[in-house]
Design a protein around this ligand. Structure first.
Ligand SMILES: NC(=O)c1ccc[n+]([C@@H]2O[C@H](COP(=O)([O-])OP(=O)(O)OC[C@H]3O[C@@H](n4cnc5c(N)ncnc54)[C@H](OP(=O)(O)O)[C@@H]3O)[C@@H](O)[C@H]2O)c1
Length: 285
């Protein structure tokens, strides 16, 4: 039995299907099973990981856990890690972040600190672990969907900021491989998982235009305005500003690291952003 946190999320939803297709038993955690729309073959269980629910019963009989910080935050994920030890889970595959570099920089900003802290908790648990250090997610582009649907104009502080957007299906495939592996090849590994090529924000917006047949363009706005738009109840404006500035630094930075981890681990090349845009054309139409 494999327990998947964030099972209705971008990665989790694909991962549940992938694990089921491989013949694994899956327990999918969600705050609302009735609305989850997960396959009937999965055992879909109600769990609010920030609430008062007991954690151990969620893990009873499980061999492995896919842990996503998005499912309730870092404290919830650390508590679930401790519960996994008590419940006799053997392996954790952690959805971490490429922001973690194993250098003192990991203390320098919010996102790296959060993920590095959780990686420490998982390492210290004594369980088998694999870290999927993904970034930047192609699904971040979904934030442009309302703008593209209504006007085709995306407002961004750094149209020439670069990234190597990774498809959620590739993150799920890497995680599934590590969860199901019997050879031990992925234990104690922290994988940098990126898309196959570097693209600017403007190039990504153009790809979405091609996939949808819409006219799209990017209009530059201030860093402050971009941070304001990005901040939310779980993402303070200061952290958003930090992130916007970090993206800004990619404009003139040396080429982004493009990892071949997807191909090495799954045996298949990473999906392109053009593919992602086609897969998500309906989200922008
Ligand atoms: N964006 C990037 O570029 C990037 C880069 C590197 C790493 N990351 C990491 O990846 C994460 C996002 O992964 P994702 O895109 O797959 O996530 P996602 O689509 O945001 O999904 C997260 C899921 O967590 C569940 N959830 C939320 N609060 C919960 C709670 N209190 N208890 C239980 N479940 C809860 C939700 O399911 P229900 O509503 O069904 O409960 C939701 O579907 C980030 O948080 C970050 O840690 C992101």
């Amino acid at each position: 039995m494999i327990v998947v946190t964030g099972a209705t999320g971008n990665i989790g939803r694909v991962l549940v299907r992938r694990l089921l297709a491989e013949g694994a038993a899956v327990r999918a955690l969600t705050r609302d099973p009735a609305r989850a729309g997960l396959p009937a073959e999965a055992e879909t269980v109600r769990a609010d990981l920030t609430g008062a629910d007991a954690l151990e019963p969620l893990l009873a009989g499980a061999e492995a856990l896919f842990l996503n910080l998005a499912a309730g935050g870092d404290h919830a994920a650390a508590a679930l890690t401790e519960a996994a030890v008590r419940a006799g889970v053997r392996r954790i595959v952690l959805n971490s972040s490429m922001a973690v570099t194993d250098t003192p920089d990991d203390d320098a900003h919010h996102i790296a600190r959060l993920h590095a802290g959780l990686e420490r908790a998982v390492r210290d648990s004594g369980l088998e672990w694999t870290f999927v250090r993904g970034g930047n997610y192609a699904t971040n582009a979904l934030a442009w969907a309302p703008a593209i649907r209504t006007s085709g104009v995306v407002r961004d502080a750094h149209p020439d900021a670069r990234g190597v957007p990774v498809h959620e299906a590739d993150l799920a495939d890497v995680a599934a491989t590590a969860l199901l592996d019997r050879s031990g090849a992925h234990l104690g590994q922290a994988y940098l998982v990126t898309g196959p090529a570097e693209l600017t924000v403007a190039q990504q917006v153009a790809e979405i235009g091609r996939a949808t047949g819409k006219e799209t363009r990017v209009e530059q706005i201030s860093e402050e305005a971009a941070a304001e738009a990005m901040a939310g109840p779980h993402f303070p404006k200061e952290a958003a500003l930090e992130l916007v500035r970090m993206f800004g630094r990619t404009v003139d930075a040396p080429a982004f690291p493009v990892s071949d981890a997807v191909e090495q681990i799954t045996g298949r090349p990473a999906r392109t952003f053009a593919q992602w845009a086609r897969d998500h054309a309906a989200d922008f139409s």
